[in-house]
Design a protein around this ligand. Sequence first.
Ligand SMILES: Cc1cc2nc3c(=O)[nH]c(=O)nc-3n(C[C@H](O)[C@H](O)[C@H](O)COP(=O)(O)OP(=O)(O)OC[C@H]3O[C@@H](n4cnc5c(N)ncnc54)[C@H](O)[C@@H]3O)c2cc1C
Ligand SMILES: *[C@@H]1O[C@H](CO)[C@@H](O)[C@H](O)[C@H]1NC(C)=O
Ligand SMILES: *[C@@H]1O[C@H](CO)[C@@H](O)[C@H](O)[C@H]1NC(C)=O
Ligand SMILES: *[C@@H]1O[C@H](CO)[C@@H](O)[C@H](O)[C@H]1NC(C)=O
Ligand SMILES: *[C@@H]1O[C@H](CO)[C@@H](O)[C@H](O)[C@H]1NC(C)=O
Ligand SMILES: *[C@@H]1O[C@H](CO)[C@@H](O)[C@H](O)[C@H]1NC(C)=O
Length: 459
Amino acid sequence: MFSRAHKALVALFFFHAPFGQCRVNTIIRDVAIIGGGASGTFSAVRLRDEGKSVVLIEKENILGGHVNTYQDPVTGTTVDYGVEIFHDMQIVKDYFNRLNVSWAIEVLGPRSSAPDYLDGNTGQTVKYKAPNPVAGLIAYAEQLSKYLNIGLGFFLPDPVPDDFLLPFGQFLAKYPDIGNATYTIFSYGQGLGNFLDQPTLYVFKNFGLDIIQGISSGFLVTTSSDNYEIYDHATKLLGSDVLLSSRVVSTQYRGDHGVELDIETPTGTQVVIAKKLLIAIPQKLNNMNRFALDTREANVFREFGNSGYYTSLVRNTGLPANFTSYSVSPDTPYNIPRLPGVYDVVPTAIHGVFDVKYGSPHSVPDGFVRKQILSYIKKLQANGFAENVSGDPEFVAFKSHTPFELTVSRDKIANGFYKDFYSLQGHRNTWYTGAALHTQDSSLIWNFTESYVLPELLK
Ligand SMILES: Cc1cc2nc3c(=O)[nH]c(=O)nc-3n(C[C@H](O)[C@H](O)[C@H](O)COP(=O)(O)OP(=O)(O)OC[C@H]3O[C@@H](n4cnc5c(N)ncnc54)[C@H](O)[C@@H]3O)c2cc1C
Ligand SMILES: *[C@@H]1O[C@H](CO)[C@@H](O)[C@H](O)[C@H]1NC(C)=O
Ligand SMILES: *[C@@H]1O[C@H](CO)[C@@H](O)[C@H](O)[C@H]1NC(C)=O
Ligand SMILES: *[C@@H]1O[C@H](CO)[C@@H](O)[C@H](O)[C@H]1NC(C)=O
Ligand SMILES: *[C@@H]1O[C@H](CO)[C@@H](O)[C@H](O)[C@H]1NC(C)=O
Ligand SMILES: *[C@@H]1O[C@H](CO)[C@@H](O)[C@H](O)[C@H]1NC(C)=O
């Protein structure tokens, strides 16, 4: 059966008709990219540099995805309350150099020499002494180094090792030497939801050897302390190839001859016709429903569950300028805090503004999280950590990063889920990249995209 779009594509590819003249607002490109976060923006810049024409479609009014930068209107000081650090990797340096973003390598010190360890729900002091994590990290790295391929993607041994499937809490019970590193692994890997219940595979992916290396030899940071600079420069470079505040409303055709998509933009509906499609958004079924999925695709995407992760900046708290609290629980294994709850409260470069992060094992409404964060600050006041201030604490910024970690059940992992997911690459002229294909780490995703996704799109 030939749809309208299919006929149109046949015309485009076989008769080279001036298709853009047939319908107004038609954008014709080599590659259409959906999602202008870390992986989509990188792909757009790289494909253009390699001579492909692209269009990048992003639902928000700026590029950057999980990068959130707040600028203090009075002093101009910037604070990154989303993505903070990158890896000391050649591909990151090349990308930043391409975008004129100046960078440096920094060994991160502890955020505070004497943090308060507080219950993340009640805001009360918990008797907790942070153990020295070094021996535990070495024992953990020893386990990780058995599986180097998972540092590059979901390249799992067949059969999938039992250790990957164990809930992380059980893995720790099996390898008690790692125990003293648990809280460190947890706090770097924020956003994983119920950390001790997650299949160990997801913890391995999230806190891999590259992170351990970065902790010891330094991470790459932007010298401006303004990670949005990357996306600001990319937006300028890409110019009219970026459609902001835009989304796919329907897919007219996706198959052997390319794709045709209807895009809702602030200036009306546009039609995008492209030879190939790259999907760089969280591939949850409900976020994929405008792409006319076939059964094979839907059966993959429907398996994803997700955690919730929320970031905010709060002022008028009454907390001392250097106040830092990490959440722990008085009565859980390794004192890992119960979620939903606050992960930590840390001071920022803007006097009196605190970075408050919040996590949940599943999506929760933004309004609920906002209330919980403000009520937590009030508990800190009531518990004597803050001075009395007039007026309530208030947000200068709040951002939901939900759905965050995309995970599937251990059965699905064992039964080849990631093979099925990866085998969709190229199916119906559609490719995929982003965190769900590798891990929540911009640098590693860029390297994955460069190695395994872009070569196919450059053909
Ligand atoms: C608070 C926080 C801190 C982090 N810190 C770091 C860090 O320090 N270093 C690091 O390397 N990584 C960090 N990460 C992880 C990193 O941000 C992710 O790994 C990376 O952003 C994933 O890239 P992505 O392209 O898959 O997704 P994203 O960057 O989330 O991009 C997806 C984009 O798609 C858009 N989108 C979604 N749905 C649609 C749709 N239907 N149509 C159009 N557009 C859509 C979104 O708006 C978004 O812009 C952090 C993440 C969070 C939340
Ligand atoms: C980077 O800077 C150079 C020199 O100033 C300029 O020619 C180029 O357009 C800039 N590129 C980007 C992506 O900003
Ligand atoms: C904060 O500053 C006060 C006074 O300068 C100091 O006594 C305290 O130890 C500091 N706290 C932290 C967590 O650094
Ligand atoms: C963990 O740290 C504690 C002290 O902080 C120490 O007594 C214990 O031996 C350590 N455990 C392991 C397995 O190294
Ligand atoms: C804050 O105010 C309450 C009553 O409004 C008072 O009981 C308390 O002592 C005050 N705390 C500080 C630190 O001043
Ligand atoms: C980047 O990816 C390639 C291909 O998987 C891999 O060989 C290389 O080691 C990766 N680089 C880093 C620094 O991870």
